[in-house]
Structure formats: C-alpha cells, structure tokens
Design a protein around this ligand. Structure first.
Ligand code: HEC
Ligand code: HEC
Ligand code: HEC
Ligand code: HEC
Length: 454
C-alpha cells in the first residue's frame, strides 16, 4: 500500500515538475527573455525584402522601426546617458539590457548587453525588424508593457490572413498581430520606480477610438489595394508598413485645429481685450504628445501685429491648477540628473523649455527622485500634471491683452500658432543631438482681428 502511494506521489510530482517546466518556457517574456535565443535564430530584414516583400521593406526602412537602435538620438541617449547611469545606480541597473528589449529586441533576446555601437554594423542594427514582429505569438500577463511579447522565432511567420502559401516560410494566422495590445508591448513602459513613463496604448484604451474598433494599425499601418508579396495575390486591404509618427512632419501637421476669437470686435487703446483659443485634437488616437513625452514639447505662441506692423507677444492667462508652472514657458533650469552619467554631480542643468516665456505648454512633466524635471524616463520617480490634449478633446485657453496706449488705429491681427519639437532644444544642443531632432514643426495656426478705434 505504502509503495503504491509512493509511486502515485512520484507520478504526481513529476507531472507537476514537467508542467511547470513547460510553463516556465512558455512565459519567457519581458526581462526573463534576456538571452534565450541566438542572433542566428532571426532573419535580417533584407532577406524578407530583397525579392518578395520589397514595398513593405522600403516602407519599413523609411520608418523609425528600422532605426530604433541606430538613430542618432537613440545612440546618444543609450550610450551617453543610460548605460553609464545604469552602471552607477543599482536602482536603474536593469535598463542597460532593458532599453533594447524594445529598441533592438534581437540583441536583447540574444543576451548581447550592451550590443556593439551602431557603427559596427552588427545584427543589433536590425532594430525592430520583420522577424521580430512576425514571430510574436502573444504576450504575458494582462497588460502589454515592457516588451512582454512572447517570441517564437522559426520557419512559421504569423500574419493577418488565413490560407496563405509562401515558398519561403510557413504562414499562420494570428489575431494578436492585428491587435493594439501587440503594439502596446513596446508602446507602454513602466520604469524601475514603477511609473508609467510611456502609455500610448493605455491612453488609446481609455479614449474614444478603442470603443469604435479604430486601432493603432488603422492609422499607422493603413490598408489599401495592393500586393503584399511580389508573386502573391492582390488584396483590397493590404497593410502598408508606414509606422509614420513624430518623425513625419506631415503626420504631425494639422493634428490639432486652432480657432481664436476676441471678446469684442472694436476697442480703444488702453482697453483690455480677451482672446479665447479652442484647440481640438481630431487626429491622434492617443494623447498629443504621446510616447516619449519626457522629450517632447508642444506650445502655443500668440502674437498681435498692429496697423503699423509692430509685434506684441501675448502671454497666456493662468488657470490656477496645481503644477501649472510646468505648463507655461519660464526661465528655469532643469535636467540636472544628466550630470550622473556625465560625471558632473554638480551639473547646474540647462534651460527647461527654450521657448518664449509665458507661452502655454501642453505636456506632462517627469520628475527625478530629487523632484527635478528630467528627460531620463528611466530615472522618473513621479509625474507632473497631465496637460496634454487627449483624443477628440478640446482645450480652451484665454489671453488678456491690455492694448498699449500708443496703439495706432486700424486692424490688429492676432495669430495663435501651435508648435511641436521632438526634443526640447536646450537638451538637444547640450548633448549634440543633430538639429532635425529639435526642429520646430508648426502643427497649426489661426488668426483673428480687432479694429482699433482712433
Ligand atoms: C512593428 C511590427 C512589424 C514590423 C517591423 C513588420 N511588420 Fe509586417 N505586419 C505587422 C502587422 C501588425 C501586420 C498586420 C496588420 C493588421 O492586420 O492590421 C503585418 C502584416 C504583414 C504582412 C501581411 C499583409 C497583408 O495585408 O496581408 C506581410 C506580408 C508583412 N507584414 C511583411 C513584413 C515584412 C517583409 C516586414 C519587414 C520589411 C515587416 N512585415 C515588418 C507588423 C510588423
Ligand atoms: C518590439 C517593439 C515594438 C513593437 C511590437 C511595436 N513598436 Fe512601434 N516603435 C518601437 C520603438 C523602439 C520605436 C522608437 C523608434 C525610435 O525612434 O527610436 C517605435 C516607434 C513607433 C512609431 C513612431 C515613429 C516616429 O516617427 O516617432 C510609431 C508610429 C509606431 N512605432 C507604431 C507602432 C505600431 C502601430 C505598432 C503595432 C502594429 C508598433 N509600433 C509595434 C517599438 C515597437
Ligand atoms: C485615429 C488615428 C490614430 C490612432 C488610432 C493611433 N494613432 Fe498614433 N498617431 C496618430 C497621429 C496623427 C500621430 C502624429 C501626432 C503625434 O505625434 O501624436 C500619431 C503619433 C504616434 C506616435 C509618435 C508620437 C510622438 O509624439 O512621439 C506613436 C509612437 C504612435 N502614434 C503610436 C500609436 C499606437 C501604439 C497606437 C495604438 C495604441 C496608435 N498610435 C493609435 C494617429 C493615431
Ligand atoms: C517598453 C519599450 C521601450 C523601452 C524599454 C525603452 N524604449 Fe525608448 N522608445 C520606445 C518607443 C515605443 C519609442 C517611440 C515613442 C515615440 O515615438 O514617441 C521610444 C523612443 C525613444 C527615444 C526617442 C527617439 C526619437 O528619435 O525621438 C529614445 C532616445 C529612446 N527611446 C531611448 C531609450 C532608452 C535609452 C531606453 C532605456 C533606458 C529606452 N528607450 C527604453 C520604447 C521603449
């Protein structure tokens, strides 16, 4: 009897061990997937693109996906700031490997930490390539974030259609690939302090578009008639691999619509005129700006031009909410925590905004453990007020202009301009990031008029 029980116990235990071992293999995602594969387990993009998928390859090559590891600002931030910081501060030690879970997933899965610099032309330069995305089978847990996709490299490529034949590889249909959650595995990020420092997918999920079935792919991988492979079928809804975003001025322009109006149409010098601006976000599926919010700056500049051509800058009216000081252009220093990586613990910082003082900024500030504003999202311990423009949201701003006593009679033209910069200019200049990263993109503008009486 005892022997039988023992045997039974042995069988149950072995089954349990076997199951947990399989389970362990199945859920190797996120941080746990470091080094579970080899570089050679993945194909290079030009293998997919040279003969069969040339159009998708060319589209991908122009997008940031193909440059997520090699792009100048990524290289500077990773090698100049993140890696040295990770080597000094145990709290953020994990980012040395972790940045590449999203920026060069093949290097991460191959356990290459840190990978060779981009000039070495290693396989890490593949960034987010075809085989990264097309061998993903799902994600671990209930919220996609921090590269918790499950990777299964091999001959089978996952795609959106049933019954597809390829001479080169197996094809399996995957609904996951067509979901916003797939994108969310890299477009949501929680930092070592447990703060959501990137939440594009979460913003989309709580916004109006998710309820209407409008996904990331709808706007960033648009469908049109065409071929998906050189010798394949023609489809009415071939998924274009555009991935166009902040680095495509055409995508950013017009994202917000502006209308400005005065409270009175005629005024005398010395009077006060109140202008109201409505800013409507009709184009993004998430907040604007989203993604690398710590880097981005969106601001509204309002100017009046009188009948003689004199120009007056009109600062925005304060609303009085908590944390508002971070949403109005100021003469203030910030980003002192760059000094950690740069071996300058007494670093005074650089200008916080680099824009005209008094302009309204649509942003969410990130703060380091000392409470100073930071562009190092991995060193973020708290977030400021979220004053970005949500999907289909309209924000209202007012500006009160005390008309100068010497204002000439005639038309006063008042223009509101909304500007966008991918990287705050004082930071870009300080770190030597090429100018295209801090170029000013005009999102939109609108003008109104007031007649100045003699
Ligand atoms: C960031 C992830 C990502 C990358 C990188 C990527 N794809 Fe895709 N691809 C997708 C998604 C997602 C879909 C399906 C979209 C949908 O169904 O809405 C798709 C669809 C496809 C399809 C099927 C299109 C159709 O309409 O049937 C092909 C073929 C394809 N990709 C090839 C490639 C090739 C080749 C590359 C590299 C040059 C590549 N992909 C890079 C995510 C990616
Ligand atoms: C394996 C990780 C990963 C997945 C999965 C992924 N992305 Fe990305 N994506 C990135 C990274 C990393 C960047 C940033 C590239 C850079 O600027 O360095 C990026 C950038 C972008 C951009 C911004 C381009 C710009 O101009 O700033 C868009 C748009 C985008 N992705 C859309 C998508 C969509 C849509 C999906 C899902 C179909 C998706 N991504 C899935 C990693 C990923
Ligand atoms: C209704 C259309 C729409 C949908 C849906 C949408 N986007 Fe966007 N997205 C845009 C537009 C327009 C921009 C350009 C303006 C901007 O930078 O925000 C953009 C910009 C971006 C950027 C660059 C943002 C920046 O400031 O750096 C990323 C990354 C991105 N989208 C990813 C996604 C992901 C991931 C999803 C799904 C969770 C998604 N988008 C859903 C329209 C959309
Ligand atoms: C969870 C995935 C993820 C992790 C981890 C991650 N990133 Fe990113 N990173 C992204 C995505 C997605 C974008 C694009 C967002 C956008 O377009 O606004 C991005 C954008 C960037 C950009 C801006 C690119 C540009 O040209 O504007 C830099 C620089 C960057 N990441 C560096 C890093 C560094 C350094 C680390 C590690 C400390 C890191 N990232 C960790 C996903 C990630």
């Amino acid at each position: 009897m005892k022997a039988v029980l023992n045997i039974l116990l042995f069988i149950v235990l072995s089954l349990f061990l076997l199951a947990s071992e399989n389970y362990g293999q199945m859920v190797k995602a996120g941080d746990n997937a470091l080094g579970i594969f080899k570089y050679q387990d993945f194909s290079k993009a030009n293998l997919c693109g040279s003969a069969c998928h040339n159009d998708f390859f060319q589209q991908w090559k122009q997008s940031m996906m193909s440059q997520a590891y090699t792009h100048h600002w990524d290289e500077i931030e990773y090698f100049k700031l993140a890696v040295p910081h990770a080597e000094k501060d145990p709290v953020v030690a994990g980012v040395k490997a972790g940045c590449n879970g999203c920026h060069s997933p093949i290097a991460f899965l191959a356990g290459d930490v840190p990978p060779p610099t981009p000039d070495k032309m290693s396989m890490a330069n593949e960034s987010v390539n075809c085989d990264v995305c097309h061998t993903v089978t799902g994600f671990e847990g209930d919220t996609p974030f921090n590269f918790n996709f499950i990777s299964s490299p091999g001959n089978v490529k996952y795609g959106p259609r049933e019954n597809v034949d390829s001479p080169e590889h197996g094809v399996k249909k995957s609904d996951f690939l067509a979901s916003a959650e797939f994108c969310g595995t890299c477009h949501n990020e929680k930092d070592p302090y447990g703060i959501w420092v990137k939440s594009t997918h979460l913003e989309w999920k709580e916004g109006p578009y998710s309820k209407q079935g409008v996904k990331c792919q709808t706007c960033h991988m648009t469908s049109s008639e065409g071929y998906t492979a050189a010798m394949g079928n023609k489809y009415s809804d071939a998924r274009q691999h555009l991935f166009h975003g902040a680095h495509d001025p055409g995508k950013v322009k017009g994202t917000i619509e502006l209308r400005i109006h005065p409270d009175i149409n005629e005024a005398e010098p010395g009077e006060r005129v109140k202008f109201t601006v409505a800013l409507f976000n009709g184009k993004t599926g998430h907040k604007f700006p989203t993604g690398s919010v710590e880097d981005r700056i969106v601001w509204m500049h309002v100017e009046a031009v009188d009948a003689k051509g004199n120009v007056y800058h009109i600062p925005v009216d304060k609303k009085g909410f908590a944390g508002e000081e971070y949403t109005i252009g100021a003469d203030a220093l910030a980003y002192q925590d760059m000094g950690i990586a740069l071996n300058d613990p007494n670093f005074k910082g650089v200008q916080r905004d680099g824009i005209p003082i008094g302009d309204r900024i649509f942003r969410m500030a990130y703060f380091d453990p000392q409470g100073r504003m930071t562009i190092q999202q991995w060193n973020t311990k708290s977030l400021g007020v979220d004053y970005r423009i949500g999907p289909r949201e309209t924000k209202m701003e007012t500006l009160t202009f005390s008309l100068p006593n010497n204002l000439p009679p005639g038309k006063l033209k008042v223009t509101a301009v909304l500007n966008y910069q991918k990287l705050v200019k004082p930071v870009a200049d300080f770190l030597g990031v090429p100018e295209e990263e801090s170029e000013i993109i005009k999102v939109n503008e609108h003008s109104t008029y007031v007649t100045i009486l003699p």
